[in-house]
Design a protein around this ligand. Structure first.
Ligand code: ADP
Length: 437
């Protein structure tokens, strides 16, 4: 017990004792005790009521501090109250500073709760995406910025995922968005103006497309003359080797140009809207036949585990299979095995091309779909590799909402799995039962 608590008790007991003594002197000990107890009680209750009123009205001037225990209670209370006020002021200043600094940021920042409702956003979010700090608070951000890509970003568990959307308020402006976990169950949606980057990428794509297009005609003329020279038996014997080499290089240039043009076409094309129902096992078979008769290649097996059809563009899916199969053939020795599998389940379908060939080191796997990337440039050039095949595969798959998953180990073979979502798959309609009625 504190000093003032002890003093309070002693004072109270002395007061009661004095009452009892006075009562005893008048021959009424109990009444004397009761009367002093009542006075003490009324006094304390009146102090308590005073204190309660001061708490309620906030007017502590009217509250008489008194002494002893009441003074201690009051001074403790005043101390805590002042501390809380100081803390509040500090928080307010801090909050103002944070708001000032986030408002000075060129990137948009929006704090979202677990159901993607806006808690707070900075000034850049208003300028870039038209979000309003007060008006849009409590609204779902994907109801304000209606873009399927943004919905995909908000649903994704991948915190490194970035998407590009068009600004809803500034014509022609591109925003790169990313969502990172923030606090408990919250998200921070970050937006950055990437219009300049997108413009440069578009210029680069257009340049490559135009250059490839312009080079096609002169190359056709040059190739024509080289073909004639190669077929001409009257040319001197010393020329036959260089002419054969020119012929090979001209063919390679034609292939590079046609693959670059294909990539340019895929770049500008949006998602594939094709409603063709493609029978994948049949397509796998025809692609295998295209390579039949080639000497010294590994055996190719087809494993059709599903009869599901793929809603897709047949020619593009054929390009995917031919690219994956020709890669597998080029990177697998003749005594190796190549398999092409088609399977489906509730989660979608997989088209897998696997081989037991040379495999790929883990450090190269993330770079395989980059344009002109080859693991072994020298060797790849010798066997006709350009480094555009998997870039084309990736583009085509993206147009079909599909993804490419590569697993491989150096020296043990590779697996290229194309995963198609469920909405691209059409399961065979059940055959109606004959008879009955
Ligand atoms: P390329 O025209 O060189 O085949 P791709 O884009 O198709 O270009 O492939 C890129 C690189 O990936 C290839 O150069 C090769 O190094 C590697 N690669 C692709 N498929 C396989 C495979 N099945 N086995 C081993 N390496 C492969």
């Amino acid at each position: 017990m504190s000093e003032s608590g002890r003093k309070f008790l002693v004072g109270l007991l002395l007061f009661l004792a004095a009452g009892a003594v006075i009562g005893w002197l008048y021959g009424e000990l109990v009444w004397g005790l009761l009367a002093t107890a009542l006075v003490a009680l009324v006094w304390q209750v009146s102090r308590l009521l005073n204190f309660e009123r001061a708490l309620r009205t906030g007017d502590f001037e009217q509250f008489r501090v008194g002494e002893g225990l009441w003074e201690q209670i009051f001074s403790r209370f005043r101390f805590e109250r002042e501390r809380a006020t100081r803390r509040k002021q500090n928080y307010r200043t801090l909050l103002r500073e944070v708001r000032k600094s986030t408002n000075a940021m060129p990137d948009g920042a929006v704090v979202l709760d677990a159901s993607n409702e806006i808690i707070v956003c900075n000034r850049a979010a208003k300028q870039l995406a038209g979000l309003k700090r007060k008006k849009d608070r409590g609204q779902r951000v994907d109801n304000i910025l209606r873009d399927p890509e943004l919905t995909r970003l908000l649903q994704s568990e991948d915190h490194k995922l970035t998407i590009e959307i068009m600004s809803p308020v500034n014509d022609g402006q591109w925003l790169s968005c990313r969502a990172v976990p923030y606090g408990a169950d919250q998200k921070l949606l970050l937006m950055r103006d990437v219009t300049e980057r997108m413009r440069l990428a578009k210029m680069r794509r257009e340049f490559v497309a135009n250059a490839s297009h312009e080079l096609r005609s002169p190359l056709t003329v040059v190739s024509g003359y080289i073909e004639s020279l190669a077929d001409d038996e009257s040319i001197p014997a010393g020329w036959s080797k260089p002419v054969a080499q020119m012929r090979r290089q001209a063919a390679r240039m034609r292939q590079i140009l046609s693959e670059l043009l294909e990539l340019s076409r895929l770049d500008v094309a949006g998602p594939s809207k094709s409603d063709e129902l493609v029978n994948i096992p049949e397509l796998l078979e025809s692609c295998r036949e295209a390579f039949e008769g080639h000497k010294g290649i590994a055996q190719v097996k087809i494993d059709a585990q599903s009869t599901a059809e793929l809603r897709s563009n047949r020619a593009e899916i054929e390009t995917v299979i031919v690219n994956l199969l020709s890669n597998a053939i080029r990177h697998t020795p003749a005594d190796g095995h190549i398999s092409m599998t088609w399977r489906s389940d509730g989660d979608g379908a997989d088209l897998i091309v696997a081989d037991t060939g040379e495999g790929i080191g883990p450090e190269y796997i993330p770079r395989l779909t980059e344009r002109f990337f080859r693991v072994d440039k020298g060797r790849s050039r010798d066997d006709g590799g350009i480094g555009l095949g998997l870039a084309i595969v990736k583009h085509i798959l993206a147009r079909h909402d599909a993804e490419l998953v590569v697993t491989s180990q150096s020296g043990e073979g590779s697996q290229f799995r194309c995963h198609f979502p469920e909405n691209r798959i059409v399961l065979e309609a059940p055959v109606p039962l004959a008879g009955g009625g």
